[in-house]
Write a protein that binds this ligand. Structure first.
Ligand code: ARG
Length: 510
């Protein structure tokens, strides 16, 4: 029987050789068993914690202080990145002859083993460790002994955590970009389908001029396109490696920081070691861009909620994306759209929180910066979840084209075109505007619309009206004559769609 006893930062653990189990303290399927020894201290405190420091300390950390200080409950999220960064670090250390090849191999093997065991569930990340860095290092020392203690050579947790968060954020940005692209593809194909689905365009939520659904969706295409470009821009700016900056002032070891950066897919190494450990700009930029995505989604959701209301009935949200009421059997509520709208607040909150956290921090690292994680992680999950759900809802939504067209026809959405018609007959625009205003009043009094008036009625207000007015103010003409770049007419919309496709094609080829 082989038992290993190990002490890391005052935390004793016993480990059994895998070949020898089952032992009474091993659960089935578990590779390692952990026994926590509780040491009674003079002050009556318990020590069941694993810390990477403690040499300088004579008394144990208070349990509440320990919990307050610990970050393992949330920084476990970048466990994979911590391992990835550590592997790159030791590979670089070996290249620079700071570690031997054997030491490097042993550490890499140990780290890979830890990753495998965590991924397969054989090893649990538990909260007796202060943070994920301590978890990895303690487990490494458990596995490979003293060589494991060399992992942290030429590194501090300050540059380590800066690296882990960057590696994690890079993945998040790429995933968010993919979700944005899927949404953009969805919008483009819907636009192609709805080039002549007429609907009212609004200002002040009052009917203004007729547009098409393609045009309306195209507005969101532009917003999400900018969101995608923002994400890419942030990625480019943040993609420099902080590892090797040490606690704040670099190290005296002959590190090759560019090599580490290269191994981890960065553009290069960061250029100031103080800034490297104290910079959270990229998170603020990410949260700002994420907030903008949420603002766009929220506006779109608000419109869908309005369109889905009994009064509008422009759209029918699919059953899969609606919920019922516990009391009112007739209800089908747009909960998903409402939730996306509602969750926007938490992402804004994360941005405000981090801006506030960072504003008073002197250089370089301060523990305040640990607060960069929880809300950012939450924002990352929220944005991705909302994008995925929203795209699904959009794909399955039905549009009531007749109701939309009918709505576009009433509400005097053709009043501008009627005025433009008179301009064509030689009347100055300001006079035409006033004449059509009177005509609208007349229509309201008689509960009718401009295009439903007889030519006599029209001529009574302005003799310049001729029989060709009906075609000039028809819904189709109102939309299709608008063909300047960016307008809803089919000719213009087709150009916009072609540009959108070219954009996505280029993005997908990059
Ligand atoms: N958990 C810490 C954080 O998230 C890691 C860095 C700790 N560094 C230190 N000097 N205490 O910021």
């Amino acid at each position: 029987m082989r038992l290993f006893l190990n002490c890391v930062g005052g935390f004793w653990r016993i480990r059994a050789d895998r070949r020898e189990f089952p032992y009474p303290f091993l659960q089935e399927g578990e590779k390692y068993g952990i026994i926590k020894f509780k040491f009674k201290k003079a002050e009556g405190r318990e020590n069941t914690m694993a810390q990477l420091w403690g040499g300088r300390f004579t008394r144990e950390t208070d349990k509440l202080v320990y919990q307050f200080n610990a970050s393992i409950s949330f920084d476990r999220k970048f466990f994979a990145q911590d391992i990835e960064g550590s592997i790159a670090h030791v590979v670089m250390l070996a290249k620079q002859n700071i570690l031997t090849g054997e030491e490097k191999d042993a550490i890499v093997k140990g780290l890979t083993g830890i990753r495998e065991d965590v991924e397969s569930g054989r090893l649990a990340i538990t909260d007796e460790y202060e943070d994920i860095h301590s978890f990895v290092e303690a487990n490494l020392i458990d596995r490979i002994g003293d060589t494991g203690k060399k992992l942290h050579t030429g590194r501090s947790r300050n540059d380590q955590v800066a690296l882990d968060m960057k590696l994690y954020t890079r993945v998040e940005i790429l995933q968010t970009e993919e979700l944005l692209k899927e949404l953009l593809e969805t919008l483009l194909s819907m636009m192609e389908e709805h080039l002549d689905t007429y609907m009212p365009g609004f200002t002040h939520l009052q009917k203004a001029q007729p547009i098409t659904l393609a045009h309306h969706l195209g507005a969101y295409f532009e917003m999400f396109k900018r969101d995608l470009l923002r994400m890419k821009d942030i990625y480019k700016r943040m993609n420099y490696c902080p590892l090797g900056s040490g606690a704040l002032a670099g190290t005296t070891y002959p590190l090759d920081r560019s090599y580490t950066a290269h191994l981890l897919g960065f553009e290069g190494a960061t250029l100031n070691s103080m800034d490297s450990v104290a910079d959270r700009d990229y998170l603020i930029e990410y949260l700002s861009a994420a907030s903008t995505i949420m603002m766009h989604l929220s506006r779109f959701c608000e419109e869908i909620i309005i369109w889905n209301s009994n009064e509008y009935r422009f759209v029918e949200i699919d059953d899969a994306y609606s919920t019922g009421s516990s009391i009112m059997p007739q209800k089908k509520n747009p909960d998903i759209a409402e939730l996306v709208r509602g969750k926007t607040g938490r992402v804004y909150g994360a941005l405000m929180s981090l801006l506030t956290t960072m504003k008073g921090i002197p250089l370089a690292y301060n523990k305040d910066m640990q607060e960069d994680k929880e809300l950012t992680f939450d924002a990352m999950d929220t944005v991705k979840g909302c994008l995925a759900l929203f795209t699904g809802m959009l794909k399955t939504m039905q549009f009531n084209q007749d109701i939309m067209a009918k709505s576009a026809m009433n509400g005097f959405t053709n009043a501008t075109d009627a005025a433009d018609y008179l301009v064509g007959k030689g009347i100055p625009f300001r006079d035409a505007h006033s004449i059509i205003g009177k005509l609208v009043l007349y229509c309201i009094d008689h509960d009718t619309s401009i295009d439903a008036l007889t030519l006599e009625e029209l001529k009574a207000v302005c003799p310049a009206f001729e029989a060709d007015v009906y075609d000039a103010v028809s819904l189709k003409t109102c939309v299709e004559k608008r063909i300047t770049t960016g307008a809803p007419g089919q000719a213009a919309m087709k150009e916009a769609i072609a540009a959108g496709k070219a954009f996505l094609k280029e993005e997908n080829n990059k």
